[in-house]
Ligand binder design. Structure first.
Ligand SMILES: [Zn+2]
Length: 64
């Protein structure tokens, strides 16, 4: 079995995290500023329902 790929070398090497999320799958909690995947409705970090879609948030900023 192939060992996990690591970043850097030495005793403090950490496993590569391969989490990939599309921008429109990511929400930003307005209370604790944690990003999480849309789908788990309240914020998984603090339980707040006050969050915004990151993609929608960025598109709004580009509007004139
Ligand atoms: Zn939160």
């Amino acid at each position: 079995m192939k060992p996990l790929e690591t970043i850097g070398t030495g005793f403090d090497a950490v496993p590569v995290r391969t989490l990939r999320l599309r921008l429109d799958q990511v929400a930003l909690c307005l209370d604790c500023e944690t990003c999480f995947e849309i789908g788990s409705d309240p914020c998984p970090a603090c339980g707040s329902g006050m969050w915004a879609s990151v993609a929608r948030f960025l598109n709004r900023r580009n509007e004139p």
